[in-house]
Write a protein of this length. Structure first.
Length: 564
């Protein structure tokens, strides 16, 4: 229960820290990206304004005299109507003023119409004009006509409805304005399709109820034309409340006068949190003159304005960055949490081992210290003076016992140090095993233990260290083998195996035997081990990166390690 609670706490803290970092970084990135996009939009608007201004100059150059006065305002307005699709690109509103701030033309939400204005031989010249439907039709009729204009049915086979043709059947032209006599709606049906499945040709019939009459009476002697077409306005911003405010901005003469004083800068104002309204006046021919009172002057002014939602512009990038970074942060947080928890578990395990080692060491030292203390007390009080030599001998034996424990603890610490030098030399494992068997020959004879050796191999290691490993394995086997048992060493296939009969290790203790003072509940024998032998062996084998382990056989235990 405590482990689960600790694990949850570690994971929660790391995830919270990473999530807070993630939010801070992503918020900072979003602010940076949006502020950068705001500057980019200013540059794009300036580039677009130059394009519009050049189009305005092309029209004005053909219709102004030497005094920069417009010679035929009606033709100028018609030319501007013809270019209105450029002026209204991406929801832009534009207005054109004279040098003394009189309005010549501005964009609007009227319907754009085209017609054949005149012909010369076989060549027809197209004229353009605006139709203000609110002057000639009621709201119901306007809604119906707009539904026809912007209908976009999907034709899938021949004979399916593909759209509507909205045409002018008679109209008058008053400067740039179109006055309709009658509007007809023709339903168009698909006949052929292109390779993309879109209708490439259609034909239609006139609707009986698709005729709209304005009722206008021509009292001005305006020119009359028989046929014209109404072009759908594909601008999604048409006639919106925001677009009306934008249009009023470009029509504001006072704002233009103020902006001219700081000519060259794209000004903008915040409409809402992430929507900005950009505004820029451009002088005729992109040049200005300085007046006596240090104000700027130009023969004509082109003013453009546009609303830009920066979130829409950055949404794709922000979604990708926020999403990919979130996944990355989660993965990193998961890895770090898992590693931190493992480190915590390892630290807890090391702390537990330290306590157990300290307790075991204290226990091992306490017994000889008690014996030494008792014998020393007897010597001081001259009790059993005839045993003085016996007392001195036992004191010396226990001192040696304590010295051995301390030296092995120091050796273990030295081996576990990162600075321990690794010595390499050719060593015969068979010779080392023979030396060790001979070393404990007397103990084996006393317990009637049969020993055997099979195989040999020469490896590059430190002779004293590998001898210590095999010696510890052999001592452990002596401790565990009953009288009349067997100890067998095999060196085959890059593996050394040391088998002893008569004992088994429980599976739950199999990994613990390599820790200090873990003896798998076996009592100590006349070898008087310190409980550190297998721990020292483990450290040496890990130092040489030799795999090692222990396993139960049918009637005993096998300790092994592999060498290369």
């Amino acid at each position: 229960m405590k482990k689960n609670k600790t694990k949850r706490t570690i994971y929660m803290r790391i995830f919270c820290a990473f999530f807070a970092t993630y939010l801070a970084l992503m918020t900072g990135f979003s602010i940076f990206l949006i502020s950068r996009e705001k500057k980019v939009e200013s540059l794009e608007l300036r580039a677009f304004a130059l394009q519009v201004n050049n189009a305005v100059e092309d029209v004005l150059q053909d219709h102004i005299d030497s005094n920069n006065q417009v010679t035929d305002i009606a033709k100028v307005k018609k030319e501007f109507v013809r270019k209105s699709s450029l002026f209204t690109l991406l929801g832009t509103e534009a207005a054109i003023f004279t040098g003394d701030y009189k309005l010549i033309f501005n964009t609007n939400d009227y319907w754009l119409c085209s017609y054949t204005e005149y012909s010369e031989g076989n060549r027809n010249y197209t004229g353009y004009g605006y139709l203000n439907p609110r002057h000639w039709f009621n709201e119901k009729e306007i809604t119906e006509l707009e539904n026809y204009l912007y209908a976009n049915p999907k034709a899938e086979k021949a004979g399916d409805l593909s759209g509507y043709s909205v045409t002018l059947e008679g109209f008058w032209v008053d400067n740039e304005m179109i006055i309709p006599d009658k509007i007809s709606v023709i339903a168009m049906y698909a006949e052929t399709f292109d390779e993309n499945g879109n209708a490439s040709s259609s034909s239609g019939t006139r609707q009986n109820d698709g005729v709209y009459i304005s009722g206008y009476k021509n009292t001005k002697g305006l020119p009359y034309f028989q046929h014209g077409s109404i072009q759908p306005n594909n601008n999604s911003y048409r006639n919106s409340e925001k677009q009306v405010k934008l249009r009023n901005m470009v029509l504001d003469q006072e704002k233009l006068k103020e902006a001219v004083k700081q000519l060259g800068n794209v000004s903008y104002e915040r409409v809402n949190l992430l929507t900005y309204r950009y505004y820029l006046p451009m002088p005729y021919r992109n040049t200005v003159k300085m007046t006596d009172n240090h104000n700027y002057y130009s023969e004509f002014w082109t003013v453009i304005a546009r609303d830009v939602n920066l979130l829409d512009k950055c949404a794709g990038t922000l979604a990708f960055v926020w999403g990919s970074c979130f996944i990355t942060f989660v993965i990193v947080a998961m890895i770090l949490s898992r590693q931190t928890y493992k480190t915590y578990q390892k630290r807890e395990e090391l702390e537990r081992q330290r306590k157990e080692t300290t307790n075991a060491l204290a226990h091992d030292l306490k017994t000889p210290l008690s014996i030494i203390s008792g014998y020393a007390q007897n010597l001081i009080e001259n009790i059993h003076t005839e045993k003085r030599k016996y007392y001195a001998g036992n004191i010396q034996a226990n001192v040696n016992r304590m010295d051995k424990i301390i030296r092995e603890m120091l050796e273990l610490s030295r081996l576990e140090s990162d600075l321990f030098p690794i010595k390499l030399e050719d060593v015969s494992l068979g010779e080392v095993c023979v030396e060790i068997i001979n070393r404990y020959n007397q103990v084996c004879d006393e317990k009637n233990i049969l020993t055997s050796l099979e195989g040999d191999a020469v490896i590059k290691v430190d002779h004293s260290l590998i001898e210590r490993v095999i010696d510890n394995f052999f001592i452990n086997a002596l401790d565990s083998t009953p009288e009349g048992g067997t100890i067998r060493i095999k060196i085959l296939d890059n593996t050394l195996e040391l088998y002893n009969s008569g004992s088994r290790i429980s599976e739950e203790k199999m990994n613990e035997i390599w820790l200090p003072y873990k003896k798998a509940e076996l009592s100590r024998s006349n070898t008087k081990g310190t409980g550190l032998g297998l721990s020292i062996s483990r450290t040496i084998l890990e130092l040489y990166k030799f795999p090692y382990g222990a396993k139960n056989s049918d009637d005993g235990v096998v300790f092994w390690f592999k060498f290369t």
